[in-house]
Design a protein around this ligand. Structure first.
Ligand SMILES: Cc1cc2nc3c(=O)[nH]c(=O)nc-3n(C[C@H](O)[C@H](O)[C@H](O)COP(=O)(O)OP(=O)(O)OC[C@H]3O[C@@H](n4cnc5c(N)ncnc54)[C@H](O)[C@@H]3O)c2cc1C
Length: 169
């Protein structure tokens, strides 16, 4: 299927700036097809893996989002980079990214360990390897890792931010 183009082209960020949003962020909202047609949008921590064009998550093995993903692996993930409210201008100076893709639960044990290490390096980069392994082992049995393979990625910012960078817009 063809993903939609952004209507306001001037506000569209290039791939590099969009990837930077994913790399900078520490949380986002995963949108999945929930129960009885209700979309389920759930906030999650994540690690962006540009080399494999994927986003990695950790989770418990059961629950609403896992049930939803087992039923329908297509999902999207939104990260808000900035949201500065400008009351005088009736707007906010926003910047955000949205990734669409299919989610895969990581079953292979060595892939699972690589994925949790990726997350750990994002959130606790100074943790020594030994302490990291100990922490991972403590949660290993109850830990589920999944990845969203990015098929479509867009970034957008407020027109005021575009104008500030390129005064002719
Ligand atoms: C900034 C942030 C980062 C987080 N990072 C992670 C992470 O990396 N991994 C992780 O597993 N969880 C994380 N959480 C918690 C996450 O949002 C979910 O609560 C959790 O993953 C359980 O989801 P579930 O669908 O299995 O919950 P279930 O308990 O099965 O959901 C049942 C119902 O509970 C309600 N519910 C669930 N979660 C929330 C919520 N966060 N806020 C309000 N209502 C809710 C919904 O109505 C949902 O339908 C994070 C939350 C925040 C705010």
């Amino acid at each position: 299927m063809e993903f939609r183009a952004m209507r306001r082209k001037t506000q569209e960020l290039d791939r590099e700036s969009t990837a930077e949003i994913l790399a900078r962020g520490t949380s986002g909202v995963l949108a999945v097809a929930g129960d009885d047609g209700y979309p389920y949008a759930v906030p999650l921590s994540y690690a962006y893996d540009p080399e494999r064009n994927r986003i990695v998550f950790h989770s418990a093995k059961t629950g609403h989002k896992i049930d939803a993903l087992l039923h329908e692996p297509k999902a999207s993930f939104c990260v808000i980079d900035q949201d500065i409210v400008e009351p005088q201008k009736f707007t906010t100076f926003f910047r955000s990214a949205i990734a669409f893709g299919c989610v895969r639960i990581i079953e292979d044990e060595s892939e699972k360990r690589d994925a949790i290490r990726l997350l750990n390096r994002r959130y606790a980069p100074a943790m020594p390897q030994e302490a990291e392994d100990k922490e991972i082992d403590a949660f290993w049995k109850s830990l589920l890792m999944f990845e969203l393979n990015i098929e479509h990625l867009t970034g957008k910012e407020a027109i005021e931010l575009v104008r500030a960078r390129t005064p002719r817009q």
